[in-house]
Write a protein that binds this ligand. Structure first.
Ligand SMILES: Cc1cc2nc3c(=O)[nH]c(=O)nc-3n(C[C@H](O)[C@H](O)[C@H](O)COP(=O)(O)OP(=O)(O)OC[C@H]3O[C@@H](n4cnc5c(N)ncnc54)[C@H](O)[C@@H]3O)c2cc1C
Length: 398
């Protein structure tokens, strides 16, 4: 007989890592993962860049900085132990203007505080030695940044959960949570499960699911679609690893980058376009319910007033391959619109506060028996094992 039952909503990499950690830390506990899709990793986890970040970008002392460093190290060990793909192909963060150079130097100081292993500043000659087709005035070289396959890692976490006696219930879309004698009833249509505690790791739906469990509606999740292009095979060999721009510090997104995948393909992207559906992977996807939720949120209008220019620029790139590749060509001039094909997209769950501020850090809190992950954007896949430790600490705190 189990000591208690803990439900985890969401079988993305975060929910699965949390469930795995719970089975390890609380062996007598019954852990049940509830997932609305018919497979694990169906949303953000299965539609990302596959990069294991080294911790360059994050505000020192933030949860992102701490959990990315620890999570990256844990993930590396895990991949080695389970023989999952993990390639340290390295990353160049390239400055192509004087403004970029100033921002890059500020980034280098931040990366120093975060103790990013092996990071160093390189000039144009070394840029060419590391990535023969990249150009720039200067760059940060992060040799330990890696690539992996987050779907395979998630499947492996799910295997760990079931091997430890936990359950993964697919096709269980949580549509209600209510207090009952002895715990919380979590329902999906005619099915229901009573749990003692609940962890919400619902990604792009996290504000809605947390709301079902009585949590505050703020911050609201705003969906930002990230579209990718794939470089044609005859030119894919021109990119050895990862080539990133210096990010604009006003945004939590890293900018369109060149990404080698573990299967040998190379992609350019993702951009960041406001989506009209939470799970809107195509430009034409529209959910009236989601759209109404977006436009009725005061934070949305405050954000739009601040960032409409960038929004328009991103939309232009979304519609025109040429416009999309114009930005990318500043880093690798030899790859243009005719060298790429459209290659799918992912939708980022980005939390937005009521004042219009994009929530930068991970946001995780507890409300009685419910622990909610309310903002887990990039680098949450990299950090997943460390987020799981943190969530478990929050959940088990007196
Ligand atoms: C385009 C893109 C590129 C990225 N690149 C990187 C990268 O290179 N490196 C990195 O570290 N991070 C990256 N990220 C971020 C990373 O993918 C996410 O932070 C991470 O996958 C979040 O995991 P999650 O489990 O919280 O969310 P998800 O993977 O979205 O999982 C949430 C799950 O909850 C389920 N769910 C939702 N509602 C319900 C409900 N009512 N009932 C039951 N289940 C429900 C969903 O079906 C889903 O399976 C990227 C993200 C995107 C979108």
């Amino acid at each position: 007989m189990a000591d208690e039952t803990i439900g985890v909503v969401g079988a993305g990499i975060v929910g699965l890592a949390v469930a795995r950690e719970l089975t390890r830390r609380r062996p007598g506990t019954r852990v049940v993962v509830l997932e609305k899709e018919n497979r694990v990793a169906a949303h953000q986890t299965g539609h990302n860049s596959g990069v294991v970040h080294a911790g360059i970008y994050y505000q020192p002392g933030s949860l992102k900085a701490k959990l990315c460093t620890r999570g990256g190290a844990l993930l590396r060990e895990y991949c080695e132990e389970r023989r999952l793909p993990y390639q340290e192909c390295g990353k160049l963060v390239v400055a192509v203007s004087d403004d970029d150079v100033a921002r890059m130097d500020a980034l280098a100081a931040r990366a120093g505080s975060n103790m990013v292993p092996g990071l160093r500043r390189v000039g144009p000659r070394e840029i060419g030695e590391i990535e023969p087709h990249a150009t720039g005035l200067a760059a940060l070289w992060s040799p330990r940044t890696a690539i992996t396959d987050y779907v395979r890692i998630s499947e492996s976490f799910a295997g760990d959960v079931t091997a430890a006696g936990g359950e993964i219930r697919l096709n269980f879309g949580v549509d209600r949570v209510r207090a009952v004698t002895g715990g919380l009833e979590v329902g999906s249509g005619p099915e229901a499960l009573t749990v003692d505690r609940l962890v919400v790791c619902a990604g792009i739906q996290s504000d809605l699911v947390a709301g079902l469990a009585g949590d505050t509606p703020v911050p609201r999740i705003i969906p930002f679609r990230g579209e990718y292009m794939r470089i044609n095979p005859e030119k894919a060999g021109m990119i050895r690893g990862l080539i990133y721009p210096v990010p604009d510090p006003r945004y939590p997104f890293l900018g369109v980058h060149f990404t080698r995948r573990v299967d040998g393909t190379v992609e350019v992207g993702p951009n960041a376009v406001l989506a009209t559906a939470r799970e809107g992977y195509r430009r034409a996807d529209l959910s009236l319910r989601d759209l109404a939720g977006i436009v009725s949120y005061p934070g949305m209008w405050r954000m739009a007033a601040r960032h409409w220019r960038t929004g328009l620029h991103e939309m232009r790139g979304s519609v025109s391959k040429k416009a999309y590749m114009r930005a990318a060509r500043r880093y690798v001039p030899a790859i243009g619109a005719s060298d790429v094909v459209r290659a799918g997209s992912g939708v980022r769950a980005q939390a937005l506060d009521r004042d219009g501020a994009l929530v930068d850090d991970f946001r995780i809190h507890r409300l009685g028996p419910v622990t909610a992950v309310r903002n887990a954007p990039s680098p949450a896949a990299t950090s997943s094992l460390a987020i799981a430790e943190h969530v478990t600490d929050v959940l088990l705190a007196a």
